[in-house]
Design a protein around this ligand. Structure first.
Ligand code: NAD
Length: 491
C-alpha cells in the first residue's frame, strides 16, 4: 500500500514550503527506504511560525475563549486521533522502526488519552484569594503564558508531541512544535487533524528542521515566552545557554539511567517480565529504560539465567509485523553510537553475557538485546545513557549498598523497586534520588500523572493538572483596596 504524508510546514493554519525550498529525506530505518521528502525549516520559517503563534496569542480568540470551548476542541482532537490510530501508529512504526504492536497498542492511543485528559483542564485552572486583611483583597490568578516552543525527540514521536501540546494548549497558550528532524511525520499528521477539527490559525504550528538550525533559531526567538524541551541533557545545557539572554522560562525533560532494585523476597516471575520490558521495549530508546539491574548476590545467578533465557526468546524483526516484539533502532547513526558504548563496556571489563554484536553494516539498525554482567558503578555502562537495548547487571549485599549504588549516578528520572515487604519498599523509595519510583511494576504511564526529574534528568514538571497550570500559566497577584481612607505616608 502506498502511503502519503503531509510534507510541508504547518504555519498559521496553512501548509507551506520552507522559505529556502530545502527538503529532508525521512527514512525507514528498518529498510533504508525513503518514506517521503519533508520541507526543512530554517530561521526564516521559524520566524514565520513564531510570528503566527504570537499573533494568534496576542490578537486571536484562543487565549480569551470560554475555557469549556477550548476543552471541547482538545476533546475533538482526541477523538480524531482515535479515529486515525492505524495511520498514526503505522507512521511512527515506519519512521522509527518501533513495532506496530507498540505504536498501535500504546503510543497512538496514549496520545489520544493525553488530549482527552487535558481537555478537562481549561475550566479548572484556578488561583487563590487570600482573606487575611479586612480592607484588602489579595487575589492570585493564573493567565495563559504566551507562545511556547515545544522541542521533542524521536523515541515516541507522536506521544512526545502530545505530552507537550495537550497541556500547553489547555492552558490557553499557542505553540510552535518542532519534532525531531528524524521523525516529523506523525507530528505533521497531528497538525492536520487539529486543522480538521477547527483549531484557529496560528494556535498550533509545526515546523520540521534540524536542532542546529531551526531548533536553535526557535529557542533564541524573542517572540517565544517559554521553551518546553525533551531530549538529551547535553542539548538541554546548550538551550539554557541560548535562553538566558532572553530570560525565557524553560522546562527540561532529559535523560535517565533507571535502576531496578530487586530484593530477595520479590516475586521473581514478575521481576523477570518487568526487567525485560523495562529495558527491551522500544529497544531501550526510552528515557526511563531500566538499564541498571541491581540484584542481591544470593539471587544473582538464578535471576540472570532467567532473564537471559527470556531475552533470547524475544522476536526481533520487521516492525510492521504484529508478531514482532522488538524492531530496530531509529537511525544508523544512533545504532553506531549504541555499538560504541557496548564496545567501551567490553574494554572497561564488563562481561557481555548476551549478544553485544556490532551492526552488520553502516546502515544496519537491528541491534540485538544485550546484557552485561559484573558492571560496577564506575563503568560508563552504569553512568551514561546508552539509549539502546543494553542491560547492565550490578550486584549488592545489603539494602544500604543497593540504595548507594542506585544513587551513584548523575541521572534521577525513575527507579524500580521489587520486594514483597511494603515497609522496605517505602523506606527505599524515600532514599532514592529520582522523580518517579515504581514499586513492583507499578510504573505504567498515566496521562494525568506529573513527571519530575532529579539531577541531570531535568527540572520543571511535565503533565499533571496543577503542575501543568503552574508550568504553562503566568501567575499574577491583584491587590484590591476596600479601604476608604487615604494613604498617610505623604502627610
Ligand atoms: P536530542 O537532545 O538530540 O534532540 C531532541 C530535540 O532537540 C530534537 O528535536 C532536536 O532537533 C532538538 N535539538 C538538538 N539540538 C538543538 C539545539 N542546539 N537547539 C535547539 N534544539 C535542538 O535528543 P534525542 O537524541 O532526539 O532524544 C533522546 C534523548 O531524549 C534521551 O536523552 C532521552 O532520555 C531523552 N528523553 C527524555 C524524556 C523525558 O521525559 N525525560 C522522554 C523522551 C526522551
Amino acid at each position: 500500500m502506498t502511503r502519503s504524508w503531509p510534507n510541508q510546514l504547518f504555519i498559521n493554519g496553512e501548509w507551506v514550503n520552507s522559505a529556502s525550498g530545502k527538503t529532508w529525506s525521512v527514512v525507514n530505518p528498518a529498510t533504508g527506504e525513503t518514506l517521503t521528502e519533508v520541507a526543512l525549516a530554517d530561521a526564516v520559517d521559524v520566524d514565520r511560525a513564531v510570528t503566527a503563534a504570537r499573533r494568534a496569542f496576542d490578537e486571536g480568540e484562543w487565549s480569551k475563549m470560554d475555557p469549556l470551548h477550548r476543552g471541547r476542541l482538545l476533546f475533538r482532537l482526541a477523538e480524531r486521533i482515535r479515529e486515525s490510530l492505524d495511520d498514526l501508529a503505522m507512521t511512527d512504526t515506519l519512521n522509527i522502526g518501533k513495532p506496530i504492536r507498540d505504536t498501535l497498542g500504546w503510543d497512538a492511543p496514549v496520545s489520544a488519552d493525553l488530549f482527552e485528559t487535558y481537555a478537562g483542564l481549561p475550566d479548572k485552572i484556578h488561583g487563590k484569594c487570600f482573606g487575611t486583611f479586612s480592607d484588602n483583597m489579595m487575589m492570585q490568578i493564573r493567565e495563559p503564558m504566551g507562545v511556547i516552543a515545544a522541542i521533542v525527540p524521536w523515541n515516541y514521536p507522536l506521544t512526545n508531541a502530545a505530552i507537550k501540546v495537550a497541556p500547553i494548549l489547555a492552558c490557553g497558550n499557542t505553540v510552535v512544535l518542532k519534532p525531531s528532524e528524524v521523525s516529523p511525520l506523525s507530528a505533521l499528521m497531528l497538525a492536520q487533524l487539529a486543522q480538521e477539527v477547527g483549531f484557529p490559525p496560528g494556535v498550533i504550528n509545526v515546523i520540521h528542521g534540524t536542532g542546529a538550525e531551526a531548533g536553535n533559531a526557535l529557542i533564541k526567538h524573542p517572540g517565544v515566552d517559554k521553551i518546553a524541551f525533551t531530549g538529551r541533557h547535553e542539548t538541554g545545557a546548550q538551550m539554557l545557554e541560548a535562553a538566558k539572554s532572553g530570560m525565557k522560562g524553560v522546562l527540561m525533560e532529559l535523560g535517565g539511567k533507571t535502576p531496578s532494585l530487586v530484593f530477595p523476597d520479590a516475586q521473581l516471575d514478575n521481576v523477570v517480565n518487568g526487567v525485560i520490558t523495562g529495558i527491551f521495549v522500544n529497544l531501550g530508546q526510552v528515557c526511563v529504560a531500566g538499564s541498571r539491574l541491581l540484584v542481591h548476590e544470593s539471587q544473582h545467578d538464578e535471576l540472570l539465567e532467567r532473564i537471559i533465557a527470556k531475552a533470547k526468546g524475544l522476536r526481533q524483526g520487521d516492525p510492521t509485523d504484529p508478531k514482532t516484539q522488538i524492531g530496530c533502532l531509529a537511525t544508523p547513526i544512533h545504532c553506531q553510537s549504541v555499538a560504541k558504548r557496548v564496545a567501551r563496556g567490553k574494554e572497561e571489563g564488563a562481561r557481555c553475557v548476551l549478544s553485544g554484536a556490532p551492526p552488520k553494516s553502516p546502515t544496519d539498525c537491528f541491534f540485538a538485546p544485550t546484557i552485561f554482567d559484573g558492571v560496577t558503578s564506575d563503568m560508563s555502562l552504569a553512568r551514561e545513557e546508552v539509549f539502546g537495548p543494553v542491560l547492565s547487571v550490578l550486584t549488592y549485599r545489603t539494602e544500604d549498598e543497593a540504595v548507594r549504588i542506585a544513587n551513584d549516578c548523575d541521572f534521577g528520572l525513575m527507579a524500580n523497586i521489587w520486594t514483597a515487604d511494603g515497609t522496605r519498599a517505602l523506606r527505599v523509595a524515600r532514599q532514592i534520588k529520582a522523580g518517579k519510583i515504581a514499586i513492583n511494576g507499578g510504573g505504567a504511564f498515566r496521562a494525568s500523572s506529573p513527571v519530575y526529574g532529579y539531577k541531570l534528568s531535568g527540572f520543571g514538571t511535565e503533565l499533571g493538572y496543577d503542575e501543568a497550570a503552574h508550568e504553562y500559566c503566568n501567575t499574577k497577584v491583584i491587590l484590591y483596596s476596600m479601604s476608604t481612607e487615604k494613604s498617610l505616608w505623604p502627610e
